[in-house]
Design a protein around this ligand. Sequence first.
Ligand code: ATP
Ligand code: MG
Length: 748
Amino acid sequence: MGAALNPEQRAAVEHGDGPLLVLAGAGTGKTRVLVHRIANLVGRGVEPYQILAVTFTNKAAGEMRHRLGELLGDRVRPMWIGTFHSTCARMLRRYGEMIGVTPDFLIFDDDDQQKTIKSLLKVHGLEDEVSPRSIAARLDWAKNRGVDPATVETGLPLDDIMKVIAPAYARQLAREKAVDFGDLIVKALELGRHAEAGPLLRTRFRHVLVDEFQDTNLVQYELVRTLSDGTRNLTVVGDDDQSIYAWRGAEPRNLLDFDRDFPDVLEIKLEQNYRSTSVILDAANAVIGKNLDRRGKALWTEHGGGDPIDYYAAGDDRGEADWVARTLRGLVDDGACSPGDACILYRTNAQSRALEEQLRRYRFEPRVVGGTAFFDRREVKDVIGYLRLCANPDADSAFERVVNVPPRGIGGASVDKLRAYAQVRGEGLLAAARDVARGGGPLGPGPRKKLAGFVELMDGLAAVQAGGASLAELSIQVVERSGYRAWLDNDDDGGDRMRNLAELVNVASDFDQELGGEGTLAELLERIALTGGADDKDGRGETVTMMTIHMAKGLEFELVFLCGLEDGLFPSLRPRPEIDDSAALEEERRLAYVALTRARKKLYLSSARLRRVWGDVKQQVPSRFLDDIPAACFALPPGGRRARVTMPAPDVAARPPRPKRPARDELDQRAWDGDDVPSFDLGADVSTDADDGVDVDPFSVGATVRHAAFGPGRVVTTRGAGWQRRIVVQFSSVGEKTVDARWLQPGG
Ligand code: ATP
Ligand code: MG
């Protein structure tokens, strides 16, 4: 990449101590400045461990680490580079005991959070009054702003409920030794302000640097301010036009009014865009230019001209996905690009499903970045639930998730009784179940016996864990002993589900290897909660990356496909209680600006006339953003853009009916928001068309294989067939063993 820097960039890179602000448009080299500045600091004697660099997605953090590795080699290792969430988690594990946070705390994802709230609403007889989602939203809202959720006065009836539920929720999390995403930041801030921990952190992190600063919320800003309080070595870079998290409490004012708190700040502006062609910049600038509430920046590029934008109006969402996959296949086959050059962007997680399907059809291997699709699958969540209960017997949410999965005759009524009993005794559900098993409590002999069986199962798993089993082995034991495998064997799509579980074991196994077997179960669960598992792994085929626009912040690609340009979808015109309508539309425009400016060479835009939404088919109108883009930017005269929507009517009836969805109101509306929140729509129902290749037995005698727990080995012989198949393998680690085929990966 070389060390080319223009004079403004160089000034920022070489700035010595003291606050620094770089406020500039997309692709002007802000992240590059941050990276070079860190390298420069190290060159001037700052120890790598004294650097704390924060950004917004795991992918962006990985990219930053990678770029720094190229400049600094191994010296990048001791640096803390991560998202706010992962950085705060790390801080709390290291220093949290000073404020009463145990080092082995668990992190609740949104699903855990909602389940806990739901069960608390039941305990307090409030389940008919309010949805868990509203409570969760209010909790997050308060935490993002650093206020106590129990005491927020909005004049709404919810206030009174929050007075009860918020403290109960906090107590429950404390008992489960858990924190939610909001807590991570709030507690890290508490740590930063603590009399002992604060000075420690301030001495340790001599330089704090934040990328994408426009999207920090109040608490995050307070945190970095507190951490750099002594040195005032705070570097922030950002672009107000790319603020896309207002709905989650982001405060672009943190960026725009930075000089209020740091009057002596060195402020640097960058105006040359090095990323995109002028066609792409013209399109992006035209869209963002419609926003009234912005500073406005000059942005120019030396990359004149460029390929015009291709736009396709499809008949329906499947036709759209087909066009994307077909176009990309054509480009790749012509040698015009490689699959890794392209990225497919969309507004909401739910859109990925059709795209994944069509990509497979065109022999691509889709990779959904940041979509927690995999870890959101039911079977995966269930097994993680068992692991969580292993990690912490007080994890009631996990107990409730798995106590009757696979079904073992412990019904809702029994759990209700158990919950009431546990409440009275002031202990967790597993502890109460243990007491019931011994003869205590209000349950009849039948349920008592079944609970006893469950307690025995958990005790058995605890023994496996105590016996020093690797995390991969423990995961396998969970699947076996819980009866999950036997359950799936009787299930039609058990094969797919089992493959997902095998993949989960692989994640555990990779983690074991990465940390030399030193990683704890709590750390593995943290990895899963924060990053959706291990680092992105490339599939075998031609991998095509796809993600929501929110996830794409800061990244760049040769070609970008932006799908679903339809009013109502993008811009999403869903009312947002947190911000008024015009502000919401401006945020959508910024999101479009982010999307368009990810492309270096070429943009492909698409929309569908009919789109399936929550199982309904809806008529769609092309996005108003298409009208904002100058006609000259398009390959085809855009005059006919709206009129050209004359594709043959899609054959809706011929489709298999989609699985029944919950009513829309019940759904987490944030699934629509395309953030990193799991989408319900990515369940195990993704069809696999990719079986047209010739099947070669990967486990023939002599083949090299890899077992999730035992590592590499060579096949000695095989027995049985299908899912019943057992393989005898000579492992280099443990010698000969007979193992289940589904724990084996072909090719050592
Ligand atoms: P975004 O707002 O999207 O986060 P950014 O401002 O962080 O963008 P970078 O990602 O740092 O921009 O840079 C965009 C591209 O321009 C990168 O490929 C980068 O290597 C390149 N670039 C930046 N500055 C220069 C330069 N002075 N000379 C050559 N290339 C540059
Ligand atoms: Mg950047």
